[in-house]
Structure formats: structure tokens, C-alpha cells
Ligand binder design. Structure first.
Ligand code: ZN
Length: 361
């Protein structure tokens, strides 16, 4: 994304009891994850990385591709390498799930098809057909191509959680203004896409669920399109500042989204440890993460107050050998430890969101 836990109070924040308890299998704890690029993982090597994650109690690793700097091919090359294979084995051994958070659309509908099939692509706000971003979300013929590409992708991209993250392009104004798409807001167009995508994925994996990414221009809740069962909310407040709590427009958008999507499966993707974002995605400006556990705790309490239990944060460029050399390995590892501990300790009490509402509304 170029433009971004449970020992304390066992009584109120232990995972929900399920049928699995009856046969003695412990239910899974809520996710406390980090997201990394393949290049981050490669720089440390699987063994060192999993040692850090396991030591911190992280139970989910998300691997990110974005088409621009690291595409699906680079992800696949890593996963099929000896280190990638070692990573998958070590994650499984240490109870760390692995999933993939990827902007896939550009790779599922190649842009060169514009030459022969301009109708696959969007009409921009000026009425010009263009293949700069996304697609025409209403074009059935484009969807036939996407289905073929996704079916191939699913042969090798298999999250251990059954949660899929197949995001559209990373843009603020990349939507379609054709007659069929124009009545729909960016969030509604994204949900049209996600509903169709989930149907495709479920032909291969009937257990699949798929993220609706509420982020940038899709921050507002969809109004005209309803999510299929299995679409879950992923809230990613990119660009916020961390000194202050979540701003009103983002808080209110999150609450609206939680009226459309189930709370039980809602997921937060944060940027608390995202050195790539704090560096402006400029490797010549590899910046120290302004980590502050108090700010993170405040945010977690707010999200938990709204009923959200599943969390990841980008830790791109921070869990990276170069970052360790520039800013210190111990400090980076301590931040991951603290982040994970905060998630283990916080509860689903409404205190965080009530406090926010008293201060801001
Ligand atoms: Zn369209």
C-alpha cells in the first residue's frame, strides 16, 4: 500500500467459546499481525524473522505486494525460494498464520488489453476511456479475463486463514464513470468488485472470505451495494497523524462501515510500525518509526471499543536489515514486542470509543 491480544483480562477478552472447546482444541486467539514486503523478509531471512515474531507473540504474518515496487511475480519467486519454503514451514511450526495483502487488479487484467478491448477499462471523470487505473467494474467481458487470472493465482497463493486481500488499484480517483458504474460511489464500486471476486475465489476455496478495503477514496461506507456473506471490513486509515486520536471523519466512517459489515469479522490494518510510510516510501530517507506505545494503546482501545478484535500493522522497512543497521535492531524488536503485548492485554470494553465520543462529539 503505497499512498499506510490476550492474557490480561481472561474473563472479558478471552476468545469466544466454540464447539472446538468441547473436543479439547483451543480456539484461535484474535489476530495480532505484521505486514511485510518480500524484500523485508528476504533481507532478514526466514529464521531470523520468525524468531523475532515468535518472541513477540505475533500470530499472523501478512505479505504485501503492490504491482509498483514489488509485484505478484516477486512474491511468488520469494515463496518458491528455499528461504520462502523455510518461512512457511517455520510459521506453521510456530503457530503463525500467513496471508497476502496485495493490490492485484493491474495484474489480473493486464493493461495491454486496452489496445484491443478498451471497453474493459474505465471511463474517467472527463469521459475519456483510459487504462491508467482500475477497470470498468460493470464489464462482464473484463470479468471473464479476471476470473481466468485469479484461478491461476489461487494455485499458488493460499492464505492459511482463508482470508483473501485482493485490492483494487491504489488511487484516490480511479473509478469508472460509464453509465453503468456512475451511479455507484467509489466504495460501492469497490464492493461490486469484491462481491464478484469472492464468487470467483469460492469456486476454488469454498471457505474463502475477502476484504472490503475501507481506505482513502473508499473510506466511506457503501450505500447502494450490500456485501455478500464472507466479505469482511478492512479499515486502513492511511495518512492520519498518530499524536492525535483518529480524526472525526475517519471515526465516523468506521462506525458507518460497521453498520454495513459484520463487527465479528472486521479487521484493522494500521501503520503504527510502517517505516516505509514514515519515510515517504523513499529509500534515501529511511526514517525511524515514531513509535509510541501510549498512542498505540489509545488507538487499540478505541477500535476494541467498537468491537474489532483483529489487527495488523504494516512493519514494512522496519523489520528489515537496513533499518536495523540505521536505527538499531533492539529498538525495532522492542516496538514489535510492545505492539503485540498491547493487543494481548486490551479488552473489548467500550471505554476507548466512549472516551473518544465524549471528547469529539
Ligand atoms: Zn464502468
Amino acid at each position: 500500500m503505497v499512498i499506510a491480544l490476550i492474557i490480561g483480562c481472561m474473563a472479558c477478552c478471552a476468545p469466544k467459546q466454540t464447539e472446538s472447546d468441547a473436543v479439547g482444541i483451543l480456539p484461535k486467539e484474535p489476530f495480532r499481525g505484521v505486514i511485510l514486503y518480500p524484500s523485508d523478509i528476504r533481507s532478514l531471512g526466514a529464521e531470523k524473522l520468525v524468531g523475532i515474531l515468535q518472541g513477540a507473540g505475533i500470530n499472523l504474518l501478512g505479505i504485501h505486494s503492490n504491482t509498483i515496487t514489488e509485484d505478484l511475480d516477486s512474491l511468488r519467486i520469494y515463496l518458491e525460494s528455499a528461504d520462502g519454503q523455510l518461512l512457511m514451514g517455520l510459521c506453521q511450526k510456530n503457530g503463525i498464520d500467513v496471508e497476502y495483502e496485495c493490490h492485484v487488479l493491474k495484474e489480473m487484467l493486464p493493461r495491454f488489453l486496452f489496445d484491443t478491448h478498451p471497453e474493459y477499462f474505465r471511463l474517467d471523470a472527463k469521459g475519456t476511456r483510459t487504462n491508467d487505473l482500475n477497470i470498468c467494474f460493470s464489464c462482464d467481458e473484463a470479468w471473464a479475463v479476471i476470473e481466468k487470472s485469479v484461478t491461476e493465482l489461487l494455485q499458488w497463493l493460499q492464505p492459511t486463514t482463508n482470508r483473501y486481500f485482493f485490492w483494487i488499484d491504489d488511487s484516490r480517483d480511479g473509478f469508472c464513470y460509464c453509465d453503468k458504474c456512475a451511479p455507484y460511489s467509489p466504495s460501492d464500486q469497490a464492493l461490486l468488485y469484491e462481491n464478484r471476486m469472492l464468487r470467483i475465489i469460492r469456486k476454488i476455496n469454498p471457505e474463502a472470505t475477502l476484504a472490503h478495503l475501507a481506505y482513502a477514496s473508499t473510506l466511506e461506507a457503501p450505500e447502494k451495494v450490500s456485501p455478500l456473506e464472507g466479505i469482511f471490513l478492512e479499515f486502513a486509515p492511511i495518512g492520519r497523524d498518530y499524536v492525535n486520536s483518529l480524526p472525526p471523519e475517519e471515526y465516523n466512517a468506521l462506525k458507518k462501515n460497521l453498520e454495513v459489515f459484520p463487527k465479528e469479522t472486521a479487521h484493522v490494518l494500521e501503520y503504527w510500525l510502517d517505516a516505509s510510510m514514515f519515510s515517504g516510501w523513499d529509500r534515501n530517507n529511511w526514517t525511524r518509526v515514531p513509535w509510541n506505545p501510549d498512542e498505540c494503546q489509545r488507538d487499540i482501545e478505541l477500535y476494541r471499543g467498537l468491537g474489532i478484535e483483529s489487527f495488523t500493522t504494516f512493519a514494512t522497512w522496519m523489520l528489515h536489515q537496513r533499518y536495523f543497521e540505521l536505527h538499531g535492531q533492539d529498538e525495532a524488536v522492542k516496538a514489535v514486542d510492545e505492539y503485540s503485548s498491547l493487543l494481548k492485554q486490551s479488552s473489548l470494553s467500550k471505554q476507548g470509543s466512549s472516551q473518544w465520543e465524549r471528547k469529539n462529539q
